[in-house]
Design a binder for this molecule. Structure first.
Ligand code: C2E
Ligand code: MG
Ligand code: MG
Ligand code: MG
Length: 282
């Protein structure tokens, strides 16, 4: 019986593993076609000045409208895109699309509002990055100061010296740099000081229990103080409750992003969010 059960268990394991591998291979093949088939979409999530506005920017978040599987979130395909280097053409599409849409909204009279694009590790270390960014700006004619690139703290610190150089080239073009998911990487404070960034985004892991957990509150408070010292804008991500909003505002956090204030939404509804609001403050 034991032998039989063992073999069945093995067969079960092998089958489910095959299904998984098969699904991954199928996804990679589909992903190769996704751009040409027009299946990629950007949703945009606003960033607000604390405590409740005005809007200071939007973050572009990639979604994939898969013909059979429905709307896929980045967690379901970005890793795969990274492993296969498909992230390079995918990332170029995101940059072009985000710049094109923001330039269009600006032309419609939207408030001065930056668009933030996420870059993953493979994109960031790819030698074509600076040219890809320059082309996206030139083709869209978006003002460079209205483009922000978000890279995670861990990506930035992987080869900190190289990151300083790449980010400086990007800053020299006039765009802004944001350090995403801050607090979860292993920052060398020496490099953090040298990193030509404009913004730190506090990882949502620290925001979640902020009002109950005194250690999280102390960490958030320290990140805010650090950001102020280095002259960086501080954005808290994942703000879901009034309590978190109040707490962060009292700690001196500049800007807030999260479901409480605005969920990621398709670009079509963005103009209504950004029109009739005339500011020039970033
Ligand atoms: P991220 O850049 O840290 O983006 C924040 C994620 O948290 C987004 O998930 C957003 O929808 C979600 N979020 C925002 N507010 C809240 C909240 O109040 N509560 C909770 N629970 N979640 C919230 P999403 O869109 O699934 O993206 C996940 C990650 O995928 C992003 O994390 C980013 O690292 C990556 N990603 C998204 N779009 C792109 C892209 O175009 N290129 C690359 N390379 N990576 C991308
Ligand atoms: Mg981000
Ligand atoms: Mg983040
Ligand atoms: Mg995060």
């Amino acid at each position: 019986h034991a032998k039989r059960a063992g073999r069945d268990a093995y067969c079960f394991f092998e089958t489910s593993m095959n299904v998984n591998v098969h699904r991954q291979l199928q996804l990679v093949q589909d992903l190769r076609q996704a751009i040409a088939r027009n299946e990629l979409v950007l949703h945009y999530q606003p960033k607000f000045k604390a405590p409740a506005g005005p809007i200071i920017g939007v973050e572009a978040l990639l979604r994939w409208q898969h013909p059979q599987l429905g709307l896929l979130m980045p967690g379901e395909f970005i890793d795969l895109a990274e492993k296969t280097s498909l992230i390079v053409p995918l990332g170029a599409w995101v940059l072009n699309e985000a710049c094109r849409q923001m330039a269009q909204w600006q032309a419609m009279g939207a408030a001065t509002c930056a668009v933030a694009v996420n870059l993953s590790a493979v994109q960031f270390s790819h030698p074509g990055l600076v040219d890809t960014v320059r082309q996206a700006l030139e083709q869209s004619r978006l003002e460079p100061r209205l483009l922000t690139l978000e890279i995670t703290e861990s990506t930035a610190m992987r080869d900190a010296a190289a990151s300083v150089e790449i980010l400086q080239q990007l800053r020299d073009m006039g765009l802004h740099v944001s350090i995403d998911d801050f607090g979860t990487g292993y920052s060398s404070l020496l490099y953090l000081k040298r990193l030509p960034a404009n913004e730190l985004k506090i990882d949502r892991a620290f925001v979640r229990d902020l009002a109950q957990d005194t250690e999280d509150a102390a960490i958030v408070s320290a990140i805010i103080a650090l950001g102020q010292t280095l002259n960086l804008r501080i954005v808290a991500e994942g703000v879901e409750t009034r309590e978190q909003q109040d707490f962060l505002t009292n700690l001196g956090c500049d800007s807030l992003q999260g479901y409480l204030l605005g969920k990621p939404k398709p670009g079509s509804i963005l103009p209504s969010l950004m029109l009739h609001d005339d500011r020039d403050d970033f």
